[in-house]
Every structure is written in C-alpha cells, then in structure tokens.
Design a protein around this ligand. Structure first.
Ligand SMILES: [Zn+2]
Length: 315
C-alpha cells in the first residue's frame, strides 16, 4: 500500500546514499555510460562477453534443459559431506541480481528510488542481454549444492531475485522471464500480500507452482539487526509459515531487508530451518558464507552494457 511503500523507499533511498552502496561494486550507474553514451546492442554485448555471438534460440533451449535438472533437497546433503566455509568462499561466486519494482518512472520518483525501479523496457532489455549472452538462470537449491558439494552448474549461471512482493514482478517480470525459459526467486514480505499494487497469495502460489522459488523477506521489512525476542516470531517465524501454507513447500531461503544483517541473526535463522540467506553487495561472512550470499541491485539507470559490466566486475 502507498502508506507502506513511501516510508520503505525513503528508507531505502537514504540507505542507498549511506550504507548499501559504499562498496564500489554496487555503486549504481550514475555512471557516465548510462547517461552519456548509447547502450550497446545485446548482440554486441554477447559477442564481447562470450567471444562469439550466441543466438537467443539456442539459449532458450539450453535454459530449458538446465532448468530440467533438479537440484537435491539441501537438507538431504549430509553435514559430513559438505565443504567447509573456506572452500565455499573460495568457489567462484554465481552472479545474483536483485530487483524491486519493474515499472516506468513517475515524476515523483526520487533519484535514489530509481535504483530500485527498473522501467519496463529497460528490464526487458536487461533480460534479453542475459539470454543473448548465454546466461542460464539457476535456483537456490542448485547454488546450495554447488557451494556445499561442488555440484555442477549450467554454463554462465546467474540467479534473478525479486524482493518486496511488488505486483509488477508478476505482471511484467514473469512473462518476460518466461520468454527465455528463465526461473527466479521471489522474496516475499507478507504484510503486503493482497494489497493494491502487490501480489496476491494466489499469484505467489502460481509463481511457486511454475517452478520459481519463494523466499522469506520478513513480515513488514524491519531491519534484522534490531530484532529482539518476539520480533523473531513476528518477522520470521509467522511469515515463513504463511508462505509455506501458500506454496505447500518448505521455505529454505531468506533475504535480509535492506541487505542488513549481523552475526547474531545467523543462528536465529538456522534455528528456524533456513539453509541460506541473501545480503546485498557487502563482503560475505568468512564463517557463514551460506548466510551472507551476495547480490547486486540491478539499477533502473543501467543499460544492458552497464549491467553486464557490473555482473563481471562484482562477482
Ligand atoms: Zn526488501
């Protein structure tokens, strides 16, 4: 709802200016390239990155094949056969993108908010670039198996994640991803379910039924670093149970609101059955890399080329 959305974005924008984008790799592309020079064509990017042009037809087939390989249930992987933290941290990171709203900018959108609002065509261009460049989407269980056991991933793996339950993720992002056989992760803030401009429970279930993964993103987006006592029940336990009832599946993954986490949060999440949690672009925790998996926010300012450069440089 508007009441909720406004403070969220004020906070997010304020954080963007201070905490979230302090590291250079997440710096949103206020970059000269995004403003000053025309976007590279997706084909040029594909040729640049892969060394040879890739056709989207080939990619679509391969993506479908990649999605057909189920990853093991993370809880079926015996603790004794899992790699240690140092080994996990040493493996090449899979690029993970974080999206929020996918809609055209409005006059009242602030400069900071536009990092979180990707215009429809910009989003379509970004996803087309990924497909033309040969990227294959993977899901969290595949990432988990790769990190903990070294399980094989499709070539050029990438993970697409969507936070905060925005309706346009269903109406705009979903059909765009379908075009390329891509699957994604949707981190749901349950307070918003069914409100205007947010997804309904039925839509979340549909995403899950269609092979996407639903993750937990708290009840109403409060900062995990401030939780005490009952907050863990209100913000984590109850909303996660709600999502499990909606999807009929176990919810294994969590995304920290604003990407903000602390050491104390990790045992609390483990205790509640999570096997992995996602931050933004700060450094991973060397002891618990699975609970500090990095993502970058794909900014609304980014051309396909800027996005591609960010992927290559940030992971
Ligand atoms: Zn969020």
């Amino acid at each position: 709802m508007i009441l909720l959305r406004t403070p969220l974005f004020v906070t997010a924008a304020a954080l963007a200016a201070s905490t979230l984008f302090t590291s250079c790799d997440t710096k949103p592309a206020t970059a000269s390239e995004a403003v000053g020079s025309p976007a590279a064509t997706a084909e040029a990017v594909a040729a640049d990155s892969a060394g040879k042009p890739v056709t989207s037809g080939t990619v679509a087939t391969t993506a479908a094949e990649a999605n057909a390989t189920p990853a093991p249930d993370p809880k079926s992987i015996a603790a004794g056969s899992m790699a240690d933290a140092a080994t996990i941290t040493a493996r090449p990171q899979v690029p993970i993108l974080c999206y929020h709203q996918i809609r055209n900018w409005r006059p009242k959108d602030s400069k900071g908010a536009k990092d979180y609002i990707v215009p429809e065509q910009a989003f379509k261009d970004q996803i087309k670039m990924l497909a033309d460049s040969g990227y294959h989407t993977i899901l969290p269980d595949q990432l988990y198996a790769y990190l903990t056991t070294g399980a094989k991933l499709p070539s050029k793996p990438i993970m697409l994640t969507f936070d905060d339950t925005d309706l346009d993720q269903f109406t705009v992002a979903r059909p765009t991803l379908d075009k390329y056989g891509y699957k994604a992760v949707y981190f749901i803030m349950t307070v918003s379910l069914g409100r205007p401009n947010y997804m309904s429970k039925a839509q979340v279930k549909q995403l899950s039924d269609e092979g996407n993964v639903i993750g937990s993103h708290t009840w109403d987006h409060h900062n995990v670093k401030k939780y005490q006592g009952q907050d863990w029940v209100t913000q984590i336990e109850k909303p996660t149970k709600t999502l499990e009832e909606i999807t009929g599946k176990k919810i294994n993954y969590f995304a920290y609101p604003f990407g903000l986490w602390n050491q104390q949060a990790i045992p609390e999440l483990k205790k509640r059955g999570f096997v992995g949690a996602f931050i933004l672009a700060e450094k991973r925790d060397p002891i618990d890399p699975l609970f500090t998996i990095r993502r970058i926010i794909a900014s609304g300012y980014w051309s396909p080329r800027t996005l591609h450069n960010s992927i290559v440089q940030s992971f």
